[in-house]
Design a protein around this ligand. Sequence first.
Ligand SMILES: Nc1ncnc2c1ncn2[C@@H]1O[C@H](COP(=O)(O)OP(=O)(O)OP(=O)(O)O)[C@@H](O)[C@H]1O
Length: 334
Amino acid sequence: MKEEEVNRCQIQNWYPKFKSLTIKTKLHKLPESFVNYLLDDSVPFLLPSSVTNQNAMPNRIQNPDEGEDDESSSSDDETDPPPPPSPSFPELEIEIRDSIEALGGSIFPKLNWSAPKDAAWISPSQSLSCSCFSEIALLLRSSDSILHDLCNAYDSCSDDKASSRPESFFLALRKWYPSLKPEMEFRCFVKANELVGVCQREVTTFYPVLVSEKEALKGLIEEFFDVNVRSVFELEDYVFDVYVTKERRVKVVDFNTWCGSTLPLMFSWEELEGFRRVGGELELRIVESRRGVLPGLKTAVPYDYIDVSCGSGWDQVLKKAEEEFRDESDDEDV
Ligand SMILES: Nc1ncnc2c1ncn2[C@@H]1O[C@H](COP(=O)(O)OP(=O)(O)OP(=O)(O)O)[C@@H](O)[C@H]1O
């Protein structure tokens, strides 16, 4: 993969061209001091001190290995060095506060490529919804996906002299949508400027609506690609994610590289590479039945993608899951 492909998929590069077809977003170029703050892995980490003090969180995030303050630990206080001063980014904080306000009070944060999805557990809301600078800082500092953007974004590039990091980092604040339906998100694969495959983005669940609406959804996405994406996005091979609204309008959620750190979800890259759609039928791949996923397993994947043969170990897991499922469905009042 070329560095150019990775660069095109940065939100600050694609957003201006797709502004009217995606989630409303405000972009903030990050000062290097804030980038260094995100990269600093000292423990305990300090949240920026707030100049606006609006909904600010406590500055010091406790190291899980440290006990609660008690008598014995306070006796060491005299010998402990004083805690370092909290970092402060007053200009950025004020710009961010204004953007959050303009976006309705809650935002979804991401850097050039990634959102801190893996850090949602640390947020009081257990989601990526943020309403102040310190909530954003906490999510960004706690996320490996963000660390990947900061340090490893060009790892899959084959250029002779690939960059180690982008020229600038941007923080994208996207209007928060609390009730996006996972079944209406799709990943679309484009090879040589042809849409060669589409699949549901949330692959661990069977959604009956996708079975009944499959043809209509496929038509909508195909038309959206032909009219709005094919001749506008500058790469030939790439992946994009879309959301279909209840009014049946298609919105771009994100652009990703072909291969690299992008997951092919219900396809394999080999399979996608082999698809040639000139005149052929586009496949929208979905989980076709309740039995197409492993019930009760968090890391569930569609049946076809694991080795279920006798002796693989999965055969026993599946047998047990199917028995449980049968017991549950017997209880269902149908
Ligand atoms: N503005 C928003 N409000 C609420 N949820 C959102 C918003 N934007 C995205 N999401 C949810 O977060 C998920 C991840 O978003 P996004 O694709 O931007 O992150 P990402 O890090 O690039 O993910 P990936 O690496 O899987 O492509 C989306 O699938 C969607 O469910």
